[in-house]
Design a protein around this ligand. Sequence first.
Ligand SMILES: [Zn+2]
Length: 463
Amino acid sequence: MGELCIKVGGVTLTEHRIHGESKEGIQWYLGPVVAWLLSQWKWLMHEEAYTWKTHSGESAAFTVEADLERYMASAYPSDRLVYKHIRAWWMRHALRSADPSALLPSIVIRRVEDTIEVSWLDKQPDFSPEGHELNLNPGVALFPVEEVAKPLWEFLQWATTSAQPVTRDDHTQIQSLRKRLEATQQTQSVELEAAYMADDICHEVMDKIRSSHWIPNGKALTDIPVVTQFDMPVLMFGGLNVDIGTSDVRKLFDVLVQQHRGTDDKELAELVSSPSIYEYLQPYTHGYELAYQIREALQIDTDVAFVDVEKHLERLGIAIQEIDLKTNSVRGVAIAGEDFLPTIVINTSHKFNNSARGRRFTLAHEFCHILFDRSRAKRLSHISGPWTSGRVEKRANAFAAMFLATPHALERALNSVSSRDRKVINKLAETFGIGTGALLEHLRNFDLISEDDFQAISGYRYH
Ligand SMILES: [Zn+2]
């Protein structure tokens, strides 16, 4: 028995009321929590990707709960299988899976690139007794890996060394937990990293990469079994849960090797920052704001209609490479960071990139990743596709739209025409060098086009 109190960034997640009295910690058996933390350690600290298809841009706590609800009720056999995958992921990451009889808060811990995401919901435990209520608002926070790994590991050490056995059973249980702690401590970095790689192909490719001339640049703590910074190829391919073939991975790895040992240009380095993706802003508003900042820094007037994105990228020392990948789900790839020449890879087999306007949009989108989506270690290897975090992608799309077309310039162009029909919009899209669909959405966000016109031109109608 003990008291469990969990604080995350100053918020006490275990705070609750019981019969009108407020308490910070939960008094219950700690054994199951200790056992769960030990058995799921490598997943908690290193697994990011979901093992089923989901488009959620929300926190892991929200995503996994919402998807469990969605698939639980389904009678379709294929949905049952998806449910099993979600449930298994939940067991590896959700604190409540440690002990369903304890009144634990709904907390989910997972890796997100080189950080750890802790997220929680305000959902009360399933079997709350009368008069018991958790005091929580849903939330999410990203932390440097060691700031989560260290207190958790210290808790495990404290729990296994200070526990006082009373019965023979206690004695056996404590002995077994101590053994597990020792075994976990011995886990090799390669095995820990493997927890990040969702796909079997990744494992295969990483084996090949390890036997090549690549010098691993990952980092791990010495006293706690945790990788704080993934080896760059692991970071690049590991978080993906996608059908990407070995030959594509090979091609992208070659780019990584080729661009290794470069650096950011001084002017670029001054523009780079890592604004949180969980700002209290809609991702598109955030993307717009960031694009404004960058246009100003690059001294592009708000009235300019056609922005020469390639010229600006070139000036900032960002390389552009075209690659013909087998998969058509990857639109672009962004690579940057210490020791890397910042590079945008354009996948020529993606239909979006066949037109000059689509290609410009991809460049502007990846430019946003290079500027604002670097991990704490200031590295980036981001593959843009339908499976990547919704919020990050939405922000990059908004950035691209705003970088290519400001409302000032659009309004000015629209003032010179009397109607808003398909022809006018197509002409406008051509002037700004932006796709018609992207432009329409952009105009709607600024109320530069009425909802009726938007629906009439995009051919989309509500019935
Ligand atoms: Zn992207």
